[in-house]
Ligand binder design. Structure first.
Ligand SMILES: Nc1ncnc2c1ncn2[C@@H]1O[C@H](COP(=O)(O)OP(=O)(O)OP(=O)(O)O)[C@@H](O)[C@H]1O
Ligand SMILES: [Mg+2]
Length: 263
């Protein structure tokens, strides 16, 4: 199974989200007729009240290109994590619209958001969060287990072989190398064939060798499986492995670089 697997298991998209903005143009430049995986318009998130109010996101417009690798950079406090969390339905916005496929997520109840995150979004956390008492395979299959979904053994085999962990599936996390742990965590994020995989500083705590591996496997998810990936990072070198780099400053998109063609 290749990218067709993901394409066929991904619900069809809503209407064309093109707005004629730079982001919209990029969204449609790369993938022809494919609609963006996520369309965000005018999203605003503030924290606190009165004199202490902080505007973490200030009317952000963004199309997340389907089947591409997007990096989000910017100084500390510029709103990167807030943007990632709001796009993923982990945090709510004060204003604006976020559509994942056909679904306007700002309208959803907490319960509906929980289901959406479980079934349509993949996460790679900085700490990777494998459960120590479960084998690699059980960790990878956990998202399916939680949502009561059937295990597609062929798909499991495809991703674990691609990640070079096919012969480590019965091992506990403590019996895996650091790099293998990260690969299990990325495989877990892919197992439901989610519409988008989000990663917040996935290489933040890693040595350079393991950082390289994580980036390589995120890249492989996009190139080999057609996955849509959004990654927050502080490191320019890491961001340059993506197809596009968005730079935030003071809760706004200050720069939008298209790197395809440079790789
Ligand atoms: N729960 C919160 N309550 C109050 N202010 C918050 C909260 N979360 C974030 N902020 C503020 O919102 C702004 C954006 O925070 P955010 O975490 O998105 O930044 P970031 O770009 O991810 O930074 P870093 O690179 O340090 O992770 C910051 O000024 C931060 O202090
Ligand atoms: Mg952050």
């Amino acid at each position: 199974m290749t990218s067709q697997h993901l394409a066929s298991s991904t619900p069809s998209d809503g209407p064309d989200g093109s707005t004629g903005t730079a982001a919209g143009a990029l969204a449609h430049g790369a993938t022809g007729t494919e609609a963006p995986a996520i369309i965000a318009r005018g999203i605003t998130r503030t924290y606190g009240t009165g004199a202490g109010v902080v505007t973490a996101l200030d009317h952000v417009d963004l199309d997340v290109v389907r089947g591409a690798f997007t990096a989000i950079m910017g100084p500390s406090g510029s709103g990167k994590s807030t943007l990632l969390h709001t796009l993923a339905g982990l945090d709510v916005v004060d204003g604006g619209s976020i559509r994942i496929g056909d679904t306007e997520i700002t309208d959803l109840s907490d319960d509906a958001l929980t289901v959406l995150r479980r079934e349509r979004i993949g996460f790679v956390f900085q700490s990777f969060n494998l459960l120590p008492m479960l084998s690699a395979e059980q960790n990878i299959l956990l998202p399916l287990e939680l949502s009561g979904k059937r295990v597609d053994r062929a798909w499991l085999e495809t991703i674990t072989e691609a990640f070079g962990i096919g012969d480590r599936l019965s091992h506990l996390p403590s019996q895996l190398s650091g790099g293998q742990v990260q690969r299990v965590a990325i495989a877990r994020a892919l197992v439901t064939s989610p519409e988008v995989v989000f990663a917040d500083e996935p290489t933040g705590n890693l040595d350079s060798q393991t950082t390289e591996e994580v980036l390589e496997f995120l890249r492989l998810s996009v190139d080999q499986f057609g996955q849509t990936v959004v990654m927050v990072t502080h490191e320019r070198d890491a961001a340059e492995r993506a197809d596009r780099i968005l730079t935030l400053a003071d809760g706004r998109i200050a720069n939008d670089e298209d790197l395809r063609g440079q790789r």
